[in-house]
Design a protein around this ligand. Sequence first.
Ligand code: SF4
Length: 279
Amino acid sequence: MLSTGHARGACPAAGYQAFDRQRSSSSLIDSVASHPNPPRMLLAHHSALLDDLREPTALDPWRVLVSGCLAGWPCGVDGSDYGLGVMLGELLALPTLRASPFCPEQHALGAPRTMPDIHGGDGFDVIAGRAKVFDEHGVDLTASMLEGARAMLAFAQEAGAELAILTDMSAACGSQVISDGCRLVEARRWQKGVGVATALLLDAGIPVVSQRDFRALALLRARIDPGYAPPKDARDHQDHPWTLEHLPGPHPRADGPTRKPSPKTMEAIVPAPVDSPRR
Ligand code: SF4
């Protein structure tokens, strides 16, 4: 179910203010930037993370941070939800899941806005000062993107988020694939990596899955929806033919837990599609 704690499209600043009183705005950034080995808790790459999620109930549902646009907020750069609002409807409507939407870019930059993209790395590199975020006009949006990321993490912590389902390809919410430089050019480039907000969430120990990780999302749903049969052909973004063709090689932020999933999770894991090429 969708949390009713905040009006649709609103920027829930209360959580951010509470967080800001506890920790200075720069201390978290410093901790991520200097972290020798930040955790990379990408659910699509580590099925064992599913075992770490507790059994939810209707009274004590999973608390899930969701990109605002996936919840139907008109918070995209063009002031729409990109048509994503209906994508996860069935999953987010389950009574044992409470979705809390937030949009880091809307929080910091408003909507509509210009298009932010990371130049010179991914979200972890932005936090470490090795990369920057510019819009299509060359305006430096790095500080605003960091502000939005901090606000999203503060909101997630205030909501007790145990998991995040975020929109891929975004310079803030991306987790599998993001643009490599400005996307509004003829010869657009992509890279495997995470957005700025995703980097902070991962470092804070909140696992992330994208709306394009259909296999991981099916496994999640199977955990809390007994009548649901995961589709056999579901695949995560890294196994999609487009990704395999355009971005071969491992995800640079996908190292992390190496233990195997429990037998129960193994049993539920959807077999990889037989026609899926292997790296
Ligand atoms: S992907 Fe993230 S930053 Fe972009 S519109 Fe959706 S919630 Fe906002």
